[in-house]
Design a protein around this ligand. Structure first.
Ligand code: FAD
Length: 374
């Protein structure tokens, strides 16, 4: 038997959960299909926290999307009664000529954001755990913080279900095809029809969306926690930071529980063809490489306490893909978040709902069209 919906959302992770919530809030009959148990740790939306920031190094076009995301995360907190976002300043720092710091500065100027520029010495004086060279420059902004990533996904799913959405776990989509103006989606349990399909398949978009002309690749990334003396790493003393160094970017979040301080490298990993190529075990090299880099700039890192493996799905220019399918306008796609997408999930959910309902959105998604790669 075939069941019909207004919209099917393929993949209920960070972005798909937000799309389900947004569409359900607009009164649509929504079916979300997820291959794994809900809120799992085999995709891209796990690992306790995600940074949210406004002075966006990756491009001024992201700033309005970040502002909208802040408002929508707070609205989700109100709707679900859960604490999802903790505000915390974010320091962006790098040597003279750092592209990352220049990008932050451009966003601050273009959007008149509140931010303070500091020398390496000033940073080290204010935040005693840091050891940045004198000539480094930092920009610190207060419109930043961290999201409890699993709680956020759970809140979107529970919120969507409370609004009438159907979300099915452990039901992988085997195939989809256009049927007239709509779509048909097949799983091992059934065939579903809908007027519209939203594809938010994370790293699996490498295969599911191989036909949209975007060469997506997957990067294995690790998140590691280190024991530290609490005082210098607490949220009142130690900001979130993103450091651009000659040996690559790394970032960290303050100590918020017994796990310690969380540190990770950004990019600097091989590009893999798909999620099946990812090694989910941590290796001794994961810790050694991060410790070697981080301990040049952060003092007092104790023993490694735990870690997790996660995936980035990267595009060649490291910018997102938010678009309708080039051959099937009833299908919208959100993929290639290139390691910096989670903060925008509620905005992406809104854009996907707009594209599913109207084929267009008031958000400026011109920089994110798939056609830039064709
Ligand atoms: C280590 C790490 C740190 C990060 N830090 C930050 C940060 O600080 N700030 C930030 O903004 N972003 C950050 N990111 C990026 C951000 O987490 C991702 O961009 C975002 O989570 C991607 O969400 P997604 O929905 O595309 O993928 P996912 O959350 O992985 O969701 C895709 C879902 O689709 C499902 N799926 C796939 N194929 C099928 C199928 N055939 N049938 C059914 N279901 C299917 C998958 O199982 C999965 O649940 C980080 C990422 C990592 C890995």
């Amino acid at each position: 038997m075939t069941t019909s919906f207004d919209v099917i959302v393929l993949g209920v992770g960070g972005m798909g959960s937000a799309a389900c919530y947004e569409l359900a809030a607009r009164g649509r009959r929504v079916l979300g299909l997820e291959q794994f148990p809900l809120v799992h740790d085999r995709g891209s939306s796990h690992g306790h926290t995600r940074i949210i920031r406004t002075a966006y190094a990756e491009g001024v076009a992201y700033v309005p999307l970040a502002r909208r995301a802040f408002a929508k995360w707070y609205a989700l907190e109100q709707h679900t009664g859960r604490h999802l976002l903790t505000e915390c300043p974010c320091l962006n720092v790098g040597p003279p000529g750092s592209a990352h710091v220049a990008g932050v500065r451009a966003s601050v100027r273009e959007h008149a954001l509140a931010a303070e520029e500091l020398s390496g010495d000033e940073i080290n004086r204010r935040h005693p755990a840091f050891r940045f060279p004198t000539e480094y420059r930092g920009i610190i902004e207060r419109a930043a913080g961290f999201l409890y990533v699993e709680e956020c996904v759970r809140a979107h799913i529970d919120g969507a279900v409370a609004l009438g959405a159907e979300v099915r776990a452990e039901e992988p989509v085997r195939a989809w095809k256009p049927v007239g103006d709509g779509v048909e989606v097949s799983t091992d349990r059934g065939t579903y029809r809908a007027a519209k399909l939203v594809i938010t398949a994370g790293a699996w978009a490498t295969k599911l969306l191989a036909d949209i002309g975007v060469p997506l690749r997957v990067m294995r990334q690790t998140l590691l926690w280190f024991e530290v003396a609490a005082r210098a790493f607490r949220r009142d003393t130690f900001p979130i930071f993103i450091a651009d160094t000659p040996d690559g970017e790394f970032y960290g979040l303050p100590m918020i529980d017994a796990r310690g301080v969380k540190l990770a490298r950004h990019y600097t990993a091989p590009e893999l063809p798909g999620p099946e190529a990812v090694n989910w075990e941590l290796t001794p090299d994961d810790e050694a490489a991060l410790r070697q880099l981080a301990s040049r700039f952060v003092a007092g890192l104790g023993p490694f306490t735990r870690g997790q493996v996660c995936m980035y799905t990267v595009t060649p220019d490291r910018h997102f893909v938010l678009d309708t399918h080039p051959a099937h306008p009833q299908v919208s796609v959100a993929c290639g978040f290139s390691g910096h997408g989670f903060k925008f999930a509620p905005t992406v959910g809104e854009i996907m709902a707009d594209l599913a309902e109207d084929g267009t959105t008031a958000h400026d998604i011109a920089p994110f069209r798939a056609a830039r790669f064709r």
